[in-house]
Design a protein around this ligand. Structure first.
Ligand code: G3H
Ligand code: ZN
Length: 287
């Protein structure tokens, strides 16, 4: 059964580890992530961007697929199904479809409008027992058409949004979606520290988890990050493994034209990436 992400993230914050959010695109992605979480006895959050939701034909299809897998794969670790970077309308659609967690990304609105819309969505989510993440200070880079500037959030604005009763908060601290450029200055731990001082026990979320060096991840967790989002890294691993398989010519001789064979190396590559991240984030055996 899907659960809200509130309890798993409060436990993570108190226990000084982080739960990974891994974005899904299709059946293989979802199965690879769920199986790895179960094997490692780790809680996990399945992230669905609005673009990926559309690609998978709609939120109801996603809910049906995930619920079916939880049952038929005998998944017993805590799993939340979370809308990633949701719009105002997207949040309502996911509440209706049966998601157990949503993110309202109002970071591109003026702060007063972000506050107003977040307030309304906190009420709507909590009435259904669904957890809600909000964002302050756009995350850099581009993800599924959502383009952020990579700014550092204003800690006072973070406090304003945190006080609305959100369950966890994403704040820009110099993090960027996708690959980090060679001249990236790194995370702003000064900003993160200031945000954590003002928001207390609230679990903080680090977006753009792909390619952040391990020491920075550990420091961020020590400063209150309890959820880390990873998307591009699974895509890179899947693409590299699939390309290698095809380039080695196995697609003909080994009956690699069978989609189940063709997708297998990518599936294993996602599993390996998720395992590595869960170990780094410290969520293994925390289910
Ligand atoms: O919301 C999802 C993420 O922040 C993922 O970022 O693609 O850089 O790993 P990433
Ligand atoms: Zn993100």
């Amino acid at each position: 059964m899907l659960v809200s992400a509130t309890e798993m993230l409060n436990k993570a914050k108190a226990g000084h580890y982080a739960v990974g959010q891994f974005n899904i695109n299709n059946l293989e992605w979802t199965k690879a992530i769920l199986q790895t979480a179960q094997e490692l006895n780790s809680p996990v959050i399945l992230g669905v961007s609005e673009g990926a939701g559309k690609y998978m034909t709609g939120y109801k299809t996603v809910v049906g697929m995930v619920n079916g897998m939880l049952e038929e794969l005998n998944i017993t670790v805590p799993v939340a199904l979370h809308l990633d970077h949701g719009s105002y309308d997207g949040c309502y659609k996911c509440l209706e479809a049966g998601f157990s967690s949503i993110m309202f990304d109002g970071s591109h609105y003026p702060i007063d409008e972000n506050v107003e819309k977040t307030t309304e969505l906190v009420k709507a989510a909590h009435e259904k027992g669904v957890s809600i993440e909000a964002e302050v200070g756009a995350i850099g880079g581009e993800e599924d058409g959502v383009i952020g500037m990579g700014e550092c959030a204003d800690p006072n604005e973070c406090k304003r949004i945190a006080d609305l009763g959100v369950d966890f908060l994403a704040a820009g601290i110099g993090n960027i979606h996708g690959k980090y450029p060679a001249n990236w200055k790194g995370l702003s731990f000064e900003t993160l520290d200031a945000i954590q001082q003002l928001t207390g026990d609230l679990p903080l979320v680090l977006h753009g988890g792909t390619g952040i060096p391990a020491d920075m991840i550990k420091k961020a967790i020590a400063l209150g990050v309890a959820k880390i989002n990873v998307n591009t890294e699974c895509q890179l691993a899947f693409a590299a493994a699939t390309r290698k398989y095809i380039e080695e010519g196995k697609d003909e001789q080994g009956k690699g034209y069978d989609p189940r064979k063709l997708l297998a190396p990518g599936f294993e590559a996602i599993k390996a990436t998720v395992k590595e991240k869960m170990e780094l984030f410290g969520s293994v055996d925390k289910a």
